[in-house]
Design a protein around this ligand. Structure first.
Ligand code: F0G
Length: 459
């Protein structure tokens, strides 16, 4: 028989049993969770595709690193290892450790944003925009229009539209734009990568306008792998070479180690400029900890440094993209509407086309995530109107994309788990007419997708 996928480039040394539940148990569990998959107990979940954040399996080498982590309050050897890894792989001069990505976003936003400034970005991410707005910034989406069309199958849908940067600069003035937030890959667009050519063009534009470019490097290794596989001229370059070139078109980055860093917790802010680094190093003490641990234990930093080196191994990262593609291809073959092309960390179901009869303000994606859980015990996440939140005037943002994210943790599940997931989604699609929307029972004031509660409209 032809094998249509690449087998795992690792073998399993420790296992974690998972629990199977009955449909009745899951119906009770989702009702108790207010139809919000974030509020389910993990024990009630069979296959957890809520997020790829902090859910990676570490290698034996990383676990060994935990034992030799240096827990010194200051000057930790493990921080030196992390700092050296970031300098080596990313090429930035300064590394400020933080407890996770949003810790770095907090520092960056405080340092760079003045009240009323505009921060252009290739689509928003929830915590990133929340920090920008808390510091008086106004987010402006400058991603290419194609990114907002879930069905359009074109490469590098994460790219920035330079015309949109021109328009913003003409409208508000370059001096009101402290930096461009360039995410590689773009989570909410479906894990879509940015091309090297686009990164270069954005950086050149920014330099002409004396505006900084800060990468959200959370999934930069996946982005580098897409560049290697899809962008002409990069096939024979290593992931590290590509990553370094990507970072050379920026002035720094925020990073959540919980994704491509292959660790369960950790992050950093990296910068090239001395003055900005000094500001970050004095702020990190207030919010995170000493500039030599920033909220991480020494062992976390040791595992993080090792994880970064493992992440740039092509056999690892290409297998990861392959796993995601396998799930997407199975759904696509059954005509289930998904975001195309298939992204780096997740397959995104297009809830608008899945449930065209449910209005966006009755939350088709939230409904689909809840029903998928009841169907199969697979936990997914809404990335649509609930995640988008409300405008400062108090209305819903109505994002074009109303998606359910099936996020694949790194090195955790096998192709069999992906088959179970695909079968469940396909079954749900065949009975899609019977689904009904949801309404709020409790709406959380900030980042409402985490803790809001809902009930079915039929009740
Ligand atoms: N940037 C992006 C693109 C992210 O996806 C995340 C987290 C962050 C920043 C913040 O990092 O969680 O370490 O503070 N994304 C997770 C997710 C939560 O599920 O997509 P963090």
């Amino acid at each position: 028989m032809d094998r249509s996928y690449v087998a795992e480039p690792y073998k399993i040394k420790a296992v974690e049993p998972i629990k199977m539940t009955t449909r009745e148990q899951r119906q009770e569990a989702i009702a108790a969770a207010g139809y919000n998959t974030f509020l389910l107990n993990s024990e009630d979940v069979y296959i957890d595709l809520l997020t790829d954040s902090g859910t990676s399996a570490m290698s034996d080498h990383q676990w060994a690193g935990l034992m030799v982590g240096d827990e010194s309050y200051a000057g930790s050897r493990s921080f030196k290892h992390l700092e050296a890894a970031v300098r080596d792989l990313f090429g930035y001069r300064y590394v400020v450790p933080t407890h996770q990505g949003r810790g770095a976003e907090n520092l960056l936003s405080q340092i760079l944003i003045q009240h009323g400034d505009y921060v252009p970005g290739n689509m928003y991410f929830t915590t990133t925009r929340a920090h920008q707005e808390r510091n008086g910034g106004i987010f402006r989406d400058v991603i290419v229009d194609e990114a907002h069309d879930a069905s359009l199958d074109v490469p590098f849908k994460g790219n920035i539209d330079i015309n949109k940067l021109d328009e913003l600069a003409a409208e508000v003035g370059s001096d009101r734009i402290p930096y461009i937030c360039l995410a590689v890959t773009v989570n909410l667009a479906g894990g879509q990568p940015v091309s090297m050519a686009n990164m270069k063009a954005v950086y050149e534009w920014a330099q002409r306008h004396e505006i900084l470019v800060i990468l959200d490097a959370t999934r930069c290794i996946e982005n580098a792998c897409f560049i290697k596989q899809k962008e002409p001229g990069f096939a024979s370059e290593s992931i590290t070479q590509i990553l370094r070139e990507m970072c050379s078109y920026s002035d720094g980055c925020t990073m959540s180690g919980k994704k491509d860093g292959l660790v369960n917790i950790g992050g950093f802010l990296a910068l090239n400029d001395d003055r900005l680094y000094q500001k970050a190093a004095s702020l990190v003490v207030v919010y995170e900890g000493m500039p030599s641990y920033g909220g991480m234990a020494g062992r976390d930093m040791e595992a993080f440094a090792r994880g970064l080196y493992e992440s740039v191994d092509y056999s690892y990262i290409s297998h990861r993209l392959e796993q995601v593609r396998y799930l997407g291809d199975r759904l696509d073959a059954a005509n289930v509407p998904i975001v195309k092309p298939i992204g780096g960390h997740a397959v995104f179901l297009d809830a608008k086309r899945f449930y065209p009869h449910i209005r966006q303000d009755q939350f088709p994606a939230q409904t689909l995530a809840a029903l998928l859980y009841v169907q199969s015990g697979v936990r997914s996440m809404e990335r649509g109107i609930i995640s988008a939140g409300r405008t400062p005037q108090g209305n819903h943002y109505y994002p074009k994309l109303e998606l359910v994210r099936l996020t694949i943790p790194r090195r955790v599940y096998t192709y069999s788990h992906l088959d179970v997931t695909a079968d469940a989604v396909i079954d749900l699609y065949s009975e899609r007419e019977s689904a009904q929307g949801l309404r709020f029972v409790y709406e959380a004031p900030v980042l409402r997708f985490f803790t809001s509660r809902f009930e079915p409209i039929s009740q």
